[in-house]
Design a protein around this ligand. Structure first.
Ligand code: AMP
Ligand code: MN
Ligand code: MN
Ligand code: MN
Length: 280
């Protein structure tokens, strides 16, 4: 069986909120020694064909993926689908529905920021998005950096775009059940993305893992750029407890913006069963 030496199972292209085209992203992954790559744009499959073609040209294994936005306990939770079939009607129509809400949400973010005197941000953010259906807070962050509101995108998030800050608006994404149903209907495996990022109480996190496993979810990102070493250990324990497969991911968005480059995340704890055993 193929055993990858450097699997990276979560990253973004310009099709959602990444800075590199699918081709450029695959070339960078190849240059960094990645031998199994999944492209997981937010709520969209449009980059997969180009990425797969380039991966094949480079002789690199490629997994079709997606990162689905979900609402859970007043939080946005991300579920990565790996090994999905891009032609699946169930998955495509589910994602169409999730994307429908993004543009209106972005307009509301613009209105909220205008209330504190920062005007024109919807139009500004839209310039950074290839597709208005996929406009994201990351595009607002880039625009706010461009106009000098903050020095980097991380501080824009901290001061303007997270719950409790002036540019945050509530939004209803997919349900956890819908996301898992769509991923499974398309033949994929479902993975909880960057669980350390969610502001959930201990009991809520436990309930998330219980509901996820009850719904047939298969994996969890143990190693991801969003995790501190403590979070990595915490979610390695959760993977063992809930018998989940472990994923390794950079969640790379672009050079200069992402703390961990593509293919440069640390290794998984050796006793965990990697999710790629289900993919290759
Ligand atoms: P959205 O899907 O519009 O809510 O945007 C979420 C995206 O914003 C994530 O996928 C990241 O790319 C980015 N993001 C979220 N939180 C942060 C943060 N604290 N710092 C930098 N980027 C972030
Ligand atoms: Mn993103
Ligand atoms: Mn995410
Ligand atoms: Mn991501």
């Amino acid at each position: 069986m193929f055993a990858p030496q450097n699997a990276d199972l979560h990253c973004h292209s310009t099709v959602s909120d990444g800075l590199l085209s699918p081709t450029e992203l695959v070339q960078r992954a190849h240059a960094h020694g990645v031998d199994l790559l999944a492209l997981t744009d937010h709520d969209e499959l449009g980059g997969l064909a180009e990425a797969r073609a380039e991966a094949e040209a480079c002789g690199m294994r490629f997994v079709d993926g997606v990162e689905v936005s979900v609402s859970y306990c007043d939080q946005t939770v991300h579920i990565v689908g790996l090994g999905i079939a891009p032609g699946s009607d169930v998955l495509r129509s589910g994602l169409d529905h999730v994307r429908e809400g993004r543009e209106g949400r972005a307009q509301r973010i613009g209105e909220e920021l205008a209330k504190i005197g920062i005007r024109g941000t919807y139009e500004g953010a839209a310039k950074f998005a290839d597709n208005p259906e996929l406009i994201s807070r990351a595009h607002f962050a880039r625009y706010l950096v461009e106009i000098g509101i903050a020095r980097d995108t991380a501080s824009v998030f901290d001061h303007y775009l997270v719950r409790g800050k002036p540019g945050f608006v509530d939004h209803e994404w997919a349900t956890l059940k819908d996301a898992l149903d769509w991923i499974h209907a398309s033949g994929g495996v479902a993975v909880i993305a960057h669980p350390g990022r969610y502001r959930l109480l201990g009991a809520e996190m436990k309930a998330l893992f219980e509901l996820f496993t009850d719904l047939g979810g298969e994996g969890v990102e143990v190693v991801t750029s969003a995790h501190t070493p403590q979070m990595r250990d915490q979610f390695a324990t959760m993977a063992r407890r809930y018998k989940l497969l472990a994923s390794r991911a950079s969640d790379f968005h672009g050079p200069g913006e992402s703390a961990v480059d593509i293919g440069r995340a640390e290794a998984l704890p050796p006793d965990l069963i990697p999710v790629w055993t289900r993919l290759v």
